[in-house]
Write a protein that binds this ligand. Structure first.
Ligand SMILES: NC(=O)c1ccc[n+]([C@@H]2O[C@H](COP(=O)([O-])OP(=O)(O)OC[C@H]3O[C@@H](n4cnc5c(N)ncnc54)[C@H](OP(=O)(O)O)[C@@H]3O)[C@@H](O)[C@H]2O)c1
Length: 283
């Protein structure tokens, strides 16, 4: 579904009855005095309504401040944070979420994720805490990140209603097996490092395709993701021109031939984010 707002268009996914903008802003390494203003600018000037942070990024305070400074009502923003493995134990999980909410200056987040699977604890321990956070109203939705197929299956078997698995996803990585498993189980994919941490802008094929549409290689890659079913994407930038560029992908549509050519790039299988611990990549 494409919806045109006053100055931007956006595709939305509906996850457990919650409408979620398919393109959001990543904030890893967005720290320091400018970061709150980057968030404000992204929201106020470029129409971003989906912001991805994490306990690990140590910028929840700045993200919250940027949202408030934007003047856009909190309920119009889809706010995501993630619980780091050192906070997965039963006695640390909920206090860590309370601390995140305090830093964000928010009563709730829209989506709370397990940042990485934990090699030292049974999945059930922290998934139970994730569910508690949801039933206590600390988050509207729950999800996971960096989970492989076996870990997703275990999560489903436990009956935890996860709406997404946030994983590395861009045209240069092969995540097909994982993506198909997620699609057949109704789990959306949130693409992290969608610009392959800077490799995408220089990719020759994406540049060539972009010329036909008057778009950059980055815009082609982001548009490719948006055209795939049940994929959301969260490129990070601290640069105003790129905030605008990355959002400007809703006025063109890649042809089937171009989509197929981009799909074929995954044969390179260039995985940038290595296993943290516990996840055995199997796709
Ligand atoms: N769940 C996880 O474990 C996990 C892991 C990694 C990332 N993430 C999330 O995903 C987000 C995005 O991933 P990422 O930060 O790793 O990498 P990314 O979004 O693929 O790439 C970010 C890099 O690309 C540059 N860039 C952005 N837009 C550009 C454009 N239009 N043209 C050229 N360069 C551009 C940025 O530089 P400038 O800032 O200078 O523009 C930055 O150096 C993170 O910020 C984080 O929120 C999650």
């Amino acid at each position: 579904m494409l919806i045109t707002g006053s100055f931007i268009s956006m595709k939305y996914l509906t996850l457990n009855n919650v409408k979620v903008p398919a393109l959001g802003l990543g904030t890893y390494r967005s720290t320091g005095p400018r970061s709150a203003d980057v968030i404000r600018m992204a929201i106020e000037e470029y129409g971003y309504r989906h912001i991805d942070t994490a306990q690990f990024y140590e910028n929840e305070r700045e993200v919250g401040e940027g949202i408030r400074r934007s003047g856009v009502p909190r309920e119009d923003i889809f706010l995501v944070t993630k619980v780091w493995p050192s906070n997965h134990a039963r006695d640390r999980f909920l206090p860590s979420v309370e601390s995140s909410l305090r830093k964000l200056g928010a009563d709730y987040v829209d989506l709370l994720l397990i940042h990485w699977p934990n090699a030292d604890l049974p999945l059930k321990t922290y998934l139970t805490e994730l569910e508690k956070a949801r039933s206590l109203g600390m988050t509207r939705l729950v999800g996971v990140s960096n989970f492989n197929i076996a870990q997703l299956q275990e999560t489903l078997d436990l009956g935890v209603p996860i709406v997404t698995n946030q994983v590395e996803f861009h045209p240069l990585i092969d995540q097909e097996k994982l993506r198909q498993f997620m699609r057949s189980n109704g789990i959306s994919l949130t693409a992290y490092s969608p610009l392959a941490q800077g490799l995408i802008p220089g990719n020759q094929l994406l540049q060539e395709i972009g010329v036909k549409y008057g778009k950059s290689a980055s815009q082609v890659a982001l548009r490719w993701m948006i055209q795939l079913d049940e994929v959301m994407t969260i490129p990070k930038t601290g640069n105003p021109a790129r905030l605008e560029e990355n959002m400007d992908i809703f006025d063109f549509e890649l042809s089937e031939t171009d989509m197929a050519q981009i799909n074929a790039l995954r044969q390179q299988n260039n995985r940038l984010v290595k296993d943290f611990h516990g996840a055995e990549w199997d796709s």
